[in-house]
Design a protein. Structure first.
Length: 227
């Protein structure tokens, strides 16, 4: 077992598995947020259902550990790969151009993703789950997710920041999903183009779903102002 954490292949496998788990969470989170477009009341029911229940807290803890492992191993592998092969990150003979660009710019993309994540936590997790845990009071209740969405996404600067964040996530997903599948073993020439298309479609669906929520609430705020 210790060899898994020490070997380069083991580290890539851990980063790939944790990354895929985080991708599944993004899919769930995006699907949950889409509910808010159709019904703020239904979305609040989902927020209330998740809230601070033991399974929500356990899931949050698992995600936090997985995220930390993903970041730590990504950082370690980046340093090792640069020392061993300069700027060549992965020893694949064929890499899609879009994936290649994302791979070469993963540092800046990663910084944008982390900054956006911090912004998102301060806007929602801190005001909702954490506030419910510690009994803190804010402008809206901890389960009034729809009100928080409307409050933040009525502000143009925040809307732009979130959309930039989603673009960075899109590039990160197209590269990360592709690389994770490659690491798991689907790295033959037959599957390369298929994996590229699947990763692009998957990343596009997730990021468009998140963007749709932001844009919808921003448009709602404009309509309210016009009325």
């Amino acid at each position: 077992m210790s060899g898994l954490f020490k070997s380069s292949i083991g580290k890539k496998l851990i980063m790939s598995v944790t990354g895929l788990c985080l991708v599944l969470f993004l899919l769930f989170h995006m699907s949950m947020n889409l509910v808010a477009i159709f019904s703020g009341e239904a979305y609040n029911k989902v927020c209330e259902f998740l809230g601070t229940n033991w399974y929500a807290l356990a899931g949050t803890a698992v995600l936090a550990v997985g995220f930390l492992l993903h970041i730590v191993y990504a950082f370690i592998l980046t340093i090792q790969n640069r020392r061993a092969r300069g700027n060549v990150r992965y020893a694949y003979s064929v890499r899609p151009k879009m994936v290649e660009w994302a791979s070469q710019n993963m540092l800046i993309l990663g910084i944008i993703v982390l900054v956006g994540l911090g912004l998102h936590f301060s806007h929602f997790w801190y005001k909702m789950m954490f506030a419910e845990l510690v009994g803190a009071e804010h402008q809206f209740g901890p389960t009034d997710g729809a009100a928080w969405l409307q409050f933040y996404f009525s502000q143009p600067v925040i809307v732009v920041l979130y959309l930039v964040w989603f673009v960075a996530i899109w590039f990160h997903l197209t590269h990360g999903f592709w690389s994770a599948i490659q690491t798991i073993g689907w790295n033959n020439l037959v599957w390369m183009s298929r994996i590229q298309k699947i990763s692009t479609i998957f990343a596009t669906i997730i990021c468009l779903g998140f963007a749709a929520v932001v844009i919808t609430f921003f448009v709602k705020s404009l309509c309210c102002c016009a009325a």
